[in-house]
Design a protein. Sequence first.
Length: 291
Amino acid sequence: MTILDGKKTSNDLKDEIAIEVAKRKSEGKKIPHLAAILVGTDGASMTYVNSKVKSCEKVGFNSTLIDLPEDTTEEQLLNEIEDLNKDKDIDGFIVQLPLPKQIDAQKVLMAVDPNKDVDGFHPVNVGKMTLDLPTFLPATPYGIMELLERYKVETSGKNVVVIGRSHIVGRPMSILLSQKRPVGNATVTITHSRTKNLEKITKEADIIVAALGKAEFLTGDMVKEGVTIIDVGITRVKDDSKRRGYRLAGDVDFESVSKKAAFITPVPGGVGPMTIAMLLKNTLLACENRD
Ligand code: GUN
């Protein structure tokens, strides 16, 4: 069993990006600048956004964090987005999801300039991705593809089962892995809460991407010997033995599934850090596109 080490791989990627940034600096080119908007005080979102900002510093990017209160109106958020769209120094920006219920997330994502949409969530960029045209790929699926590529996990002709049809992970993952690309050419099945006999389907899978958001949902009896497991889940589970009062759990029961897996991502230290590294890669690309 091989651990797909997202922490190490993301650090390799960040080192590569840092070299590019240093090169740009020495050539007198613009330093990439990423901005992030965080609305409210959701604990997990705060952790993610802070981690994104810290990673910017690590690779030599400039970063801006825009922290808005929980009761921010849709109009106020749209105004902030318009400011970032116009700001010539900002190469790319993200609006951290989920958003408070008074705000229509789809409307917000559509307000982002597609050229600065480093999350790849704007319909124009989703369309380009679907048509296999150059664009910003959504960071989590992009990170998973990078992990599979660097560990040389074969995808061509393999049965991939994606659990979860979210717009930010399951759906784009299913599209990308079915495409004619180096990490692709797979036969993809996308499953969700209405899927019947899920266990029968997962048992046939060569690769499983678990992205449904239910702690330790996928168990050893649901997979075949030699399977590759990508665990996208990261849920806070109450645990009084921990100082912070919770532990982080993936969508996969690591204990039982790892016994049968050929490759598996841990939680934490698997997909999570890769997502951040790919966001940085997209920001570098956004900056290069403007050269
Ligand atoms: N919330 C969970 N994942 C993501 C992501 O990749 N980008 C943004 N903006 N919000 C998220």
